[in-house]
Design a protein. Structure first.
Length: 138
């Protein structure tokens, strides 16, 4: 098992705080990775899935009812990780997208994003990705 730690900023009810993300990679499991967010005084939240991008969506679903948002690119409205990116980088690399244009602005899923206006919920991000995908068809 590989373990990596990363300090991240979060918004807890729109108040900026620090936290720690723990990335775990498992070799012999269908849930190949785990993401844990450690919040001072608020505990630990963990989610496991086949790649870090999917695990991030699951982790965010646990955090959203508590009004906690992680300040990283993977939580941006205009961020997508392609299926190839999920396979090649375990979901650690994706693209900032624009309607009607293919993703060319490659960024790290877990790189810092401090623009609160860009950070969003899982459902809004999924809707944006669907609209973007449709916008490429014509």
């Amino acid at each position: 098992m590989n373990i990596m730690h990363q300090k991240v900023a979060i918004y807890n009810n729109k108040i900026k705080e620090s936290a720690e993300l723990i990335f775990e990679s498992y070799s012999a499991s269908s849930e190949n990775v785990g993401l844990t967010l450690v919040l001072a005084g608020l505990g630990r939240y963990q989610f496991q899935d086949s790649d870090f991008y999917k695990a991030l969506f699951g982790l965010r679903a646990l955090l959203e009812p508590k009004n906690i948002v992680i300040c990283i690119n993977g939580c941006r409205l205009d961020f997508v990780c392609s299926s190839m990116g999920q396979q090649m980088s375990q979901g650690k690399v994706g693209y900032i997208i624009e309607m009607g244009k293919r993703g060319t602005n490659r960024v790290g899923t877990f790189d810092h994003c401090d623009d609160l206006d860009k950070l969003t919920t899982v459902n809004k991000q999924i809707d944006c990705i669907k609209q973007w995908s449709e916008s490429l068809k014509g």
